[in-house]
Design a protein around this ligand. Structure first.
Ligand code: BES
Ligand code: MN
Ligand code: ZN
Length: 503
């Protein structure tokens, strides 16, 4: 009990977020522990050096070979009277003109790593590179998973951009970082903390915090009344009650059709009666990564200084998939909200069973487009590994816009096929559709084809984030993907029209 109170207090803490700020002059906050600047391979210093009157001295050090501008390298210089700690961290920027979004992110991560290693948690910086990306990555360095009461990893507490000529971009990047961290925090929380009910409370709290956000939560009875028996068939084996979370962000014109985001929220996926092997099963706490990303997008919008002029509906089907005497059996036939009957041949293919009802539910908002996010298939990880998310869809423009948004935000995706050949392999003798294919290979496409049967009435794309939502190994943890991709997509949407027809 006491442990959880402590964790909850820490959650409050991370909600404050907003560690990034920007100012036009070269002066840093009194609490700063470290100033960081960058230098190109050719010896061009970021503007702070000139404004602080140090460029001659620094050029001397550069000419003598004490500092180099190679990307990925950093040098700590001492003996600067008047600077915090009398020192200056210099990061190599390579050729600043070719500093991509990806490399800007790497530069910010190097800075955060070096600063924390030096015991500096309050930094000021003036760097080459894309300001929004730098800000997003510095904000991300403010995150560490909760739960450790002893020796938690240090995090950045403050990051000031000095001599900043793009304060709006910095603010927007920082808001994106807040959204990414919201997603990581929720996804990293263990399944005994992060239940469907907990996600619903977090969504409600988000709505309470912002005038443009509204939240509604449908409970088991409400869903049964509507006829969401496919979703409920996944929840019925668990003592944790399901929740269908509906968040609305309305900053667009009242009559403009919303974009809908649907996120898979399986707070733990044991596989159900088709139970999974126990190796690495703990990672199935991440099976709500789609729902966490949906909440992260809304958290990022809430953190923006200016509203983004769009209408957004976020629908999050949240359940726990457990084996028990009340669980769905392989072979059971259920009727989905759409009326289509489904033969559940494998209870571990549960994501599509909750998503199909949420996708059908979405139609009532008459969305301009629907994007679902799901840690849906191991097969997608087999195809793309951990670098790119899989994208599917019934509309080329929408798919291409998402691919472009992924490239632009360094949160990449790759299109995978959805031909009829895959679709036919979902045929069932006992229902309108089976929840797994009759053949072994091509599982990511089968899952997408399953979903597409419920998305006939609108433009739809599906992001399979099974390989990208978290990373395993020593630095195990949620990545916050695909929040950057989605925010970039929504920014473009607003820039093009402020309505829903602009992808
Ligand atoms: N949540 C899993 C997919 C998954 C597995 C994501 C491993 C990340 C890592 C999903 O519910 C699942 O179990 N899918 C099955 C589908 C199969 C039974 C057709 C899979 O991919 O094995
Ligand atoms: Mn499963
Ligand atoms: Zn799953």
């Amino acid at each position: 009990m006491r442990f959880f109170e402590k964790v909850d207090r820490m959650i409050e803490q991370t909600k404050k977020d907003g560690i990034v700020s920007a100012r036009e002059d070269q002066q840093c906050d009194a609490s700063t522990d470290l100033i960081a600047i960058s230098v190109s391979e050719a010896g061009q210093w970021s503007v702070w050096a000139e404004r602080a009157g140090l460029v001659t001295q620094l050029q001397g050090l550069f000419a003598a070979g004490h500092v180099r501008g190679v990307r990925g390298k950093s040098t700590l210089l001492y003996g600067f009277d008047g600077l915090p700690g009398q020192r200056l961290l210099v990061l190599g920027a390579g050729d600043p003109d070719t500093l991509s979004v990806r490399e800007s992110g790497a530069l910010a991560r190097t800075l955060a790593e070096q600063a924390l290693e030096l015991g500096a948690s309050r930094i000021a910086c003036c760097l080459h590179g894309d300001p929004a990306t730098l800000a997003r990555h510095l904000q991300m360095a403010a995150y560490t998973p909760e739960g450790k009461t002893q020796n938690p990893a240090p995090t950045l507490l403050q990051a000031e951009f000095l001599c900043c000529d793009a304060p709006a971009a910095v603010a927007q990047g920082a808001a994106a970082g807040v959204g990414v961290n919201t997603t990581r925090r929720l996804a990293d929380l263990p399944a005994n903390r992060c239940t469907p009910r907990y996600l619903a409370e977090q969504a409600q709290a988000l709505a309470d915090s912002h005038p443009l956000i509204r939240c509604e939560v449908l409970d088991r009875e409400a869903m049964a009344q509507l006829g969401m028996h496919s979703l409920l068939s996944v929840a019925q084996g668990s003592a944790e009650p399901p929740a269908l979370i509906v968040l609305q962000y309305r900053a667009g014109a009242p009559d403009s059709a919303p974009t809908a985001i649907v996120g898979k929220g399986v707070t733990f996926d044991t596989g159900g009666i088709s139970i999974k092997p126990s190796a690495a099963m703990d990672e199935m706490k991440y099976d709500m990564g789609g729902a966490a990303a949906g909440l992260g997008v809304v958290a990022a919008l809430a953190a923006r200084a200016q509203p983004l002029p769009i209408n957004l509906v976020v629908v999050l089907p949240c359940v726990e998939n457990m084996p028990s005497s009340t669980a769905t059996r392989p072979g059971d036939v259920v009727t989905s909200l759409s009326g289509l009957t489904i033969e559940v041949l494998n209870t571990d293919a549960e994501g599509r069973l909750i998503l199909c009802d949420a996708l059908t539910y979405c139609a009532r908002f008459q969305p301009a487009q629907v994007i679902d996010l799901a840690t849906l298939t191991g097969a997608c990880v087999g195809a793309l590994g951990h670098h790119r998310s899989g994208v599917f869809g019934n509309d080329d423009d929408l798919v291409n816009a998402l691919l472009a948004a992924g490239d632009a935000s360094d949160d990449r995706a790759w299109r995978l096929p959805m031909d009829d050949d895959y679709d036919q392999e979902l045929d069932s003798r006992f229902a309108d559709i089976a929840n797994i294919a009759s053949v072994r290979w091509g599982g990511a496409s089968h899952a997408a084809c399953f979903l597409s049967r419920f998305c006939k009435d609108y433009r739809w794309a599906h992001l399979d984030i099974a390989g990208t939502a978290w990373q395993g190994g020593k630095n195990k943890g949620a990545s916050g993907r695909p929040v950057p991709l989605l925010l970039h997509y929504l920014d473009q949407l607003a820039a093009n029209h402020g309505a829903g027809d602009a992808s």
